[in-house]
Design a protein around this ligand. Sequence first.
Ligand SMILES: [Zn+2]
Length: 80
Amino acid sequence: MTPRRPSTATAQDPTVTPARVAPNPDYPGAVLLWVECPHCGRTHLHGNLIASQPTGHRMAYCNRGGYHIGEPGPETVIDP
Ligand SMILES: [Zn+2]
């Protein structure tokens, strides 16, 4: 049996730059974030309720760990 990782942020969790940020059509003012997962290499989609601050710690949907979503960088695609 594999022990579950804690759901809280840990210092070991990597920081990732979102690959894409777009408005969430279902929730005006909120955004969707695409993150290339450092644990499994796939892209995970996260929602964020605050468009002006799309950062924070998340658990990867592959359940292999967590990461901190950093500020959008030069490589980030930002949809209007
Ligand atoms: Zn993953």
